[in-house]
Structure formats: C-alpha cells, structure tokens
Design a binder for this molecule. Structure first.
Ligand SMILES: *Cc1c(COP(=O)(O)O)cnc(C)c1O
Length: 347
C-alpha cells in the first residue's frame, strides 16, 4: 500500500475540548467549530467524538456542512451556520434543523418569510468587516429581531491570536454596546478569545483550531499524525541530483528514500527546502523539489532503511510546518489531502 497514513487522535481532540472548556466558568457553554470538514480531519468523526464528550452545539461555515453534521449526529445537538440563510438553503435549514446566523436585513427577511418561527441566531460585525450586521443595520433591526427570539447573538474577533492587540478590547466594547440590555445568549470568543480571559467568554465559546491541536492554544495536544511509506530507496553518488529541476546535488554519497505523498496531498511544494521527515527522533531532510505524489528524503545517517517516515508527529506539528512557509496551522491542516488512509485513534 502506497498511501500515507493520517491518524486522527480523537482522545487528544476530546482532551483539547475539555481543556478549553475548563478555562471558562461552569455556566459558559463550550461549542465546537467543525467547518471545512473539521479543519481537514473529518467533520463527522470529530463531531461524534465531541458530542459523546458532551458538546451540544456545533458551528459550520455553510449549510451543506451542517447537513453532513446532522446526518452524523442525528437529532438533538444544535448546528449553527455562520453564513446564515442564503438563497437555496431553506430546505436544508428546515429538513435538517440547522440554525442560521443571520448576517443582514436581507437574510432576516428571507428567513422569517420562508420559515416563520424557525430558530435563528444573529451575527454582528464589530469591526472585522467580514460577516454580520454593522451597528447602523443592527440598530434598525434590533427590536424586530429580539421579538423573534434569536437563540444566540455572536461576533468574531479579528486579532484573537494577538492578545495584546488593541482591536480586541475595541471589539469587546462594541459587542457589549450592541448587545446591551438583550436577554439573549451571547458569544464572542474563538480559541484565541477563550485564552484571553473571562470578559471575552460571555455565554458560549466557539473554539476551532485549539481542538485540533493548533496555535494559539499552545498547550493543545497534537491531533493529526501523518506517516508516509517509503516506496523505494537508492544510493545517489556525490554530484548526482534528486528530483525535478536538479535543485539539489548530493555533496556526498547519499541514501535517498522516496516516500508516497507530495503537494497533491497538502505537503506544500514551498516546504521543500526547510522540511525534514522523522524516523523516530531523527530528522531526515527533504532533498530536491517536492513532487505531486513523491518526496525524496535523505536517510544517509540512519542505521537502516525505514519502512515509513513521519511528517506530523510528536517531533513536528502543524504549526512547525506552517512556520516554515510563513502560514498558519489552519492552512496546513485544511490542506491535508483526500488520498491518505485515515485511521482513528480512541474512536
Ligand atoms: C473559524 C471560526 C471560529 C473558530 O476559530 P478558531 O480560531 O479556529 O478557534 C469561530 N467563529 C467564527 C465566526 C469562525 O469563522
């Protein structure tokens, strides 16, 4: 078998959820964000594991994702949709009991006309300028919305990974002002907001990345493990090259392992010059360009040829990879491809 093995540690996932839950007061509910297929790790399995652990509310980006989560979880847990109620969503919202986070007056009208009395939440824009109603729009709609009884009012922080950024306090102020006097549960915090302390917690938190083992939750346990089988090994004489474009010439006689994954599987091409794969604790540098399906790895210093080499594991995590190419763990996780054999640990 020449497919990489992506192991999802559901026990670690659940522990991360519990650890974030423990950072908030007992009356604060901890939901789970499972958009983008559970940050690339498999939304159905992730949601089921968290529901078993006690999570009662899940957030997705679009209604189609919500439908998949409902099929995985069955009736009961609340499934909230960040993009709100879009044209064409009505049937999914009602059949699968999704709760749209209404982002505009247009969406509010669409929702109450198509599904009078159906539950909804409200998303406010407190400065990020991405989704949600701005203060003026909200002022016009607030009383009507309140009469309809929203299940939640939420907003999203633009700089939650930078706790000292003045934007956080500014958004907190704006959110507090926009929701003053409303007897509706409120939510402002994603993972970063949970870590910033109680004034950001309100009634419900919405962590995503921290559940999956990523920064800014530095204490998170890793959840994704990726191991790639060695397809072939060979000796490359000093002066010979490896891979497309001859970008690497062997400075000494070198043993090169060719492993089964590449940029087609989310091991981004830009990682090539900085990335090592691990044989246990030993780092084995990538040599030459990362191909679509294959990577050359220098195993000269290993005592014997390994059967497989690790990309993600205890030695190296998603944020280590992200730092090599100036991106974030979120992007590394959600890029993990569909060709891996996926195994669940602690299911
Ligand atoms: C993605 C997202 C979250 C989760 O954010 P993390 O940084 O992954 O914890 C919460 N709320 C909204 C609106 C989001 O888009």
């Amino acid at each position: 078998m020449a497919s990489g093995v992506l192991t999802i540690d559901l026990e670690a996932l659940v522990e991360n959820w519990r650890a974030l839950d423990a950072r908030t007061a007992p009356h604060v509910e901890t939901a789970a964000v499972v958009k983008a297929d559970g940050y690339g790790l498999g939304a159905a399995q992730v949601a089921r594991a968290l529901a078993r652990a006690g999570a009662r509310r899940f957030f997705v980006a679009i209604a189609e994702e919500g439908a998949a989560i409902r099929q995985a979880l069955g009736p009961g847990p609340e499934i909230n949709v960040f993009s709100g109620h879009m044209a064409g969503d009505t049937e999914m919202i009602t059949d699968l009991e999704l709760v749209p986070m209404i982002n505009s007056i247009d969406q509010m009208l669409r929702h109450v006309e198509a599904l009078p009395g159906a539950p909804f939440g409200v998303q406010l824009d407190t400065g990020m300028n991405r989704l949600g109603m701005e203060p003026a729009e909200w002022a016009a709609l607030r009383d009507i919305a309140q009469q309809q009884g929203p299940t939640l009012i939420m907003s999203h922080l633009a700089c939650a990974d930078t706790p000292d950024h003045p934007m956080n306090a500014q958004q907190l102020r704006t959110f507090t002002e926009m929701t003053a006097g409303m007897a509706v549960p409120r939510s402002l915090a994603s993972t970063g907001g949970v870590l910033m302390g109680p004034e950001y917690h309100f009634d419900l938190t919405r962590p995503g990345i921290g559940l999956y083992g990523g920064l800014p939750f530095a204490q998170a346990q890793p959840v994704a493990y990726l191991s790639l089988p060695v397809i072939q090994t060979r000796w490359v004489a000093a002066g010979e090259t490896v891979g497309y474009g001859n970008t690497w010439s062997a400075p000494r006689d070198s043993r090169i392992a060719t492993v089964a994954a590449g940029y087609g599987d989310g091991v981004m091409r830009l990682l090539g010059p900085r990335l090592s794969l691990y044989a246990g604790h030993t780092a084995c540098p990538v040599r030459g360009r990362i191909s679509m399906d294959l990577i050359g790895v220098d195993i000269t210093d290993l005592p014997e040829d390994p059967p497989a080499l690790d990309v993600l594991g205890q030695q190296q995590g998603v944020d280590d990879l992200a730092a090599m190419i100036d991106t974030i763990g979120y992007e590394v996780l959600t890029s993990l491809g569909g060709r891996y054999t996926r195994r669940l640990h602690g299911a």
